[in-house]
Design a protein around this ligand. Structure first.
Ligand code: ATP
Ligand code: MG
Length: 434
């Protein structure tokens, strides 16, 4: 229907983004063929693991960086340079420390050449809206984190953007402050006095997404792509205690804990078309994996994932990589929002240290090509030592520099735990006795 297209504010079509890899090793694809529309009157939450390209996508839609291919339009016009329909709230607040609250809020208007009197009036209104009246001439350092982020909101509100972008706006705040501010933003949205037509919020927090959004879009990683969306068909204000709320949270949890499929899917590999022989390892310490498996085994070998999050007091972003690692190594499976420890996982959790290390060694050699490669190289050398750079160079054919280093570090941690090799960080050498 034509009415529907008239409602579209921002539209991304087949948007991909690649960054160059170090030393001319081709490119690293961060986003692949993203199709996404932001319509009037809706709140969209973008959910995805760390590194799935959420911030990059926001930056592209805001016109701060161009896509490598594909197009972005806003209010029907191609986006070239900063998108005037968008204002952004950042996780880090990003305030000017030497400017007062009011000066910080007026900044964007000043850049637009809005006359002084109008600037001041609009800024005061925005400051009022976020509950900071009386603090106009305070400096950021005099404010708590929560108040600083209120300034962050006022600075975006004052622009009266069509779409408000928020990149993890609450995640630098303590739990209670975050809860409080999130509630207020939600109230403003419900009151219809909200100074934007739509909201696009990036979050790691599944509950936050279900509390705030009309649609939750789930990004998969390597490279970032849209896996699907979940409509949140709940009346506002939302109540966490309702069955449907819990169901939706569980459903999304399940979706988020089954990325293994796409991680090994060759069609989605992230680089120059070459198949990556070293599929990404979740950055998790072997000891943490073991600890978590022990906990689940103690509780009968099966546990509801959201509950496990509560139980361990871990955020999704801390917990999910550990789960991923356990699944990757065959220690657990995930189904319907539950983690189930496998037989070998149970043996690993219950065995004494020596046996448990032997099992870890067995699983790592069966499932982690990078560690197998390291072990092979060490065996080939008569002095049983290999420089780290050899593997870093290998990895940099498939990963950006920092990611390559993380992959290496994880492999080292797992390999040490498995007693397959040792690593001398000063000499930057991997070694193995006899
Ligand atoms: N300018 C850049 N040059 C090279 N690589 C980049 C650049 N910007 C981002 N990346 C890479 O793109 C990937 C996605 O980054 P991005 O910050 O968009 O992820 P994210 O989903 O926002 O992660 P987080 O949840 O940690 O904020 C990462 O691997 C990152 O290293
Ligand atoms: Mg980000």
């Amino acid at each position: 229907m034509t009415m529907q297209t008239a409602d579209v504010l921002i539209m991304a079509q087949d948007v991909s983004k690649a960054f160059p890899l170090p030393e001319g090793n081709g490119t690293f694809t961060v986003l692949e063929r993203i199709n996404l529309s932001v319509c009037t009157d809706e709140v969209i939450a973008l959910l995805g693991r760390s590194g799935s390209g959420k911030s990059t996508l926001l930056r592209i839609l805001a016109g701060l960086i161009p896509p490598t291919s594909g197009t972005v339009t806003s209010s029907g016009k191609p986006v070239v340079g900063a998108n005037p329909d968008v204002a952004m709230v950042f996780q880090s607040f990003a305030l000017l420390p030497w400017a007062t609250v009011q000066e910080n809020v007026e900044l964007g208007l000043k850049a637009q050449g809005v006359p002084r009197a109008e600037r001041a009036a609009r800024a005061l209104k925005a400051i009022d809206m976020v509950g900071l009246d009386g603090f106009e001439s305070a400096y950021p350092r005099e404010l708590s984190g929560g108040m600083q982020q209120r300034v962050g909101f006022a600075r975006a509100f004052v622009m009266e953007p069509k779409v408000l972008f928020m990149d993890e706006p609450f995640s630098a705040l303590d739990v209670l402050t975050a809860e409080n501010l999130r509630g207020e933003i939600d109230m403003l949205w419900q009151e219809d006095s909200f100074p934007a037509d739509s909201i696009l919020i990036v979050t790691h927090n599944i509950e936050e997404a279900v509390l705030l959004a009309d649609r939750v879009i789930i990004l998969g990683a390597n490279p970032g792509h849209i896996r699907g969306e979940v409509k949140i068909d709940l009346p506002r204000p939302r109540e966490r205690e309702t069955e449907r709320f819990k169901q939706l949270v569980d459903y999304i949890y399940t979706a988020m804990t089954n990325p293994q499929v796409e991680v090994v899917s060759p069609a989605r590999r992230g680089t120059t078309g070459k198949l990556n022989p070293f599929p990404p390892l979740p950055m998790v310490r072997a000891g943490n994996m073991s600890g978590l498996l022990e906990l689940i085994v103690e509780r009968g070998g099966k546990e509801d994932l959201p509950y496990l999050g509560q139980l361990t007091n871990m955020s999704t972003d801390e917990l999910l990589p550990i789960i991923d690692a356990a699944v990757l190594l065959g220690f657990a499976t995930v189904e319907q929002g539950d983690i189930q420890v496998t037989e070998v996982g149970r043996a690993f959790a219950e065995a004494d240290i020596e046996q448990s290390k032997a099992l870890f060694r067995q699983q790592v050699l069966a499932h982690v090509p990078l560690i197998v490669t390291i072990q092979q190289k060490l065996q080939e050398k008569s002095n049983r030592a290999v420089r780290a750079d050899l593997f870093l160079d290998m990895l940099e054919e498939y990963y950006p520099e920092e990611a390559a280093l993380h992959q290496f570090e994880t492999a080292v941690d797992w390999g040490r735990y498995a007693e397959l090799f040792e690593y001398d960080a000063t000499e930057r050498r991997l070694t193995r006795d006899s």
